[in-house]
Design a binder for this molecule. Structure first.
Ligand SMILES: Cc1cc2nc3c(=O)[nH]c(=O)nc-3n(C[C@H](O)[C@H](O)[C@H](O)COP(=O)(O)OP(=O)(O)OC[C@H]3O[C@@H](n4cnc5c(N)ncnc54)[C@H](O)[C@@H]3O)c2cc1C
Length: 396
């Protein structure tokens, strides 16, 4: 049976970086990836452009229960360290006006390529099509068994097997079983950055329409979170960046906590206050705009169809209310095939900050999305994958 100083399970963002940092320290590492290629998910990130980091990276952006752990990890490997790591690999990046960081090539493939070149330079052994099926503690080490009946022995294992989103790209949640047997809990994973289901005739009438809006999610009548950005009406409900940005709290409420009273309130004309909009409609009516034309220039024409009745009645206060305080009852989310990341997984308090060594099993480390750590869209989830991969790799 071949032995290594550490075996890394999963060749996505966190696993690749863990392998690089481990090998740079002089450890013999083996990287096992179940797919035929490394980093398949990385290639689709940022719509193929890879939003690899955020200028404002800080622990305060992550889920509250994970912030202590994230803080400890970012102290070891924060924004500047991540930028320095990629610069050293030859990757040049730029920051957009919102703070999101992308490769100058605008291609996720460039990010994967520089990582692969570094792995080749360091001669990191990689086993592809190699799904780890079992990890057993045996006499101060681990025996790692794969689906192809291979076995490896190693005193340390880093599990970087990801969460459940986009299962076709490799991570499908099956790896939670690898760590459960060491006594780890797994908080129920739910899809995040995912479109929402809403049974509302507006969605049907307006499907395909995309506007800029403000949205606020409410659970049991209490504000949960809000966002501004694109709102896209679809056949099944709501999508667009604003919806993806509030979907984590909605998904936890609907999918994990079984809440029934969940809604998203939308302000479809966020660039005007209620009183200002009311005045604008009154001005238009004075100028003899026909009811049907009242919305022209404020919203795409198709919206007149939805508001036809109110427009024809020229009921201005009701129209303002409907446009600025429309509530959509949410009755679910789309599934894992449309979710960018996972909320849930191994609770962050079950690993030691900042090494990410398991508190349940010495020599076992966890990094990346398998842990219950999430940031908002905008580069925070890859930032966590890089940083957590780096600190685990450097700890072995
Ligand atoms: C469409 C999409 C767009 C995204 N865009 C962005 C973005 O622009 N910016 C951002 O910050 N985040 C983005 N994310 C989220 C980000 O990609 C993930 O958070 C990040 O890739 C997690 O890294 P990871 O290493 O933990 O897991 P993954 O990247 O999922 O890697 C896990 C790897 O482990 C392998 N594996 C699983 N089980 C086993 C096993 N038993 N044996 C061997 N191998 C195994 C999998 O095949 C996979 O390659 C996006 C996600 C998606 C789906």
């Amino acid at each position: 049976m071949k032995s290594y100083d550490a075996v890394i399970v999963g060749g996505g963002a966190s696993g690749i970086v863990a392998a690089i940092f481990g090998k740079r320290k002089g450890a013999s590492v083996l990287l096992c990836e179940k797919m035929p290629k490394l980093g398949k998910k990385l290639l689709v990130t940022g719509a193929g452009r890879c939003n690899l980091l955020n200028e404002k990276l800080d622990a305060s952006f992550y889920n509250p229960e994970a912030r202590k752990l994230v803080q400890a990890v970012l102290e070891k490997c924060g924004r500047d360290a991540i930028l320095g790591f990629f610069r050293d690999l030859g990757l040049r990046v730029y920051t957009d006006e919102t703070g999101r960081i992308f490769p100058v090539t605008q291609q996720a493939a460039s990010v994967l390529k520089v990582l692969e070149l570094e792995m080749a330079r360091l001669e990191v052994p990689v086993k592809l099509n190699c799904e780890v099926r079992d990890i057993r503690a045996v006499a101060g080490a681990f025996e790692i068994r794969t689906a192809n009946e291979e076995r490896f022995i190693s005193p340390k294992v880093i599990v970087c097997a990801g969460g459940k989103s986009y299962p076709a790209l490799g991570a499908d949640g099956s790896a939670y079983g690898l760590v459960r047997k060491f006594g780890h809990a797994v908080t129920e994973p739910v899809p995040c950055a995912v479109p929402l289901l809403a049974k509302d005739s507006w969605c049907h009438f307006l499907q395909g329409q995309k506007i800029r809006a403000k949205v606020a999610a409410r659970v049991d009548g209490k504000p949960a979170c809000d966002a501004a950005g694109e709102l896209l009406f679809t056949q099944y409900g709501l999508s667009g960046t604003a919806i993806l940005d509030v979907s984590r709290e909605v998904s936890i409420a609907v999918n994990r906590d079984g809440k029934k009273n969940v809604c998203v309130a939308a302000d479809l004309i966020p660039f005007m206050g209620d009183a200002e909009l009311q005045k604008e409609f009154e001005r238009r009516l004075e100028k003899k705009f026909s009811g049907e034309d009242l919305l022209e220039g404020l919203l795409p024409h198709k919206f007149s169809l939805v508001f036809r009745e109110k427009l024809l009645k020229e009921d201005v206060p009701a129209l303002v209310k409907a446009l600025k305080h429309k509530e959509f009852k949410v009755n679910g989310t789309r599934g894992w095939n449309e979710a960018e990341f996972t909320a849930g997984g191994v609770p962050s308090e079950e690993v030691d900050p900042p090494t990410l060594e398991s508190k349940r099993q010495k020599g076992l480390y966890l990094a990346g999305e398998i842990l219950d750590v999430q940031g908002p869209r905008g580069g925070y989830n890859l930032a966590w994958a890089w940083a957590s991969g780096a600190v685990t790799g450097a700890s072995i």
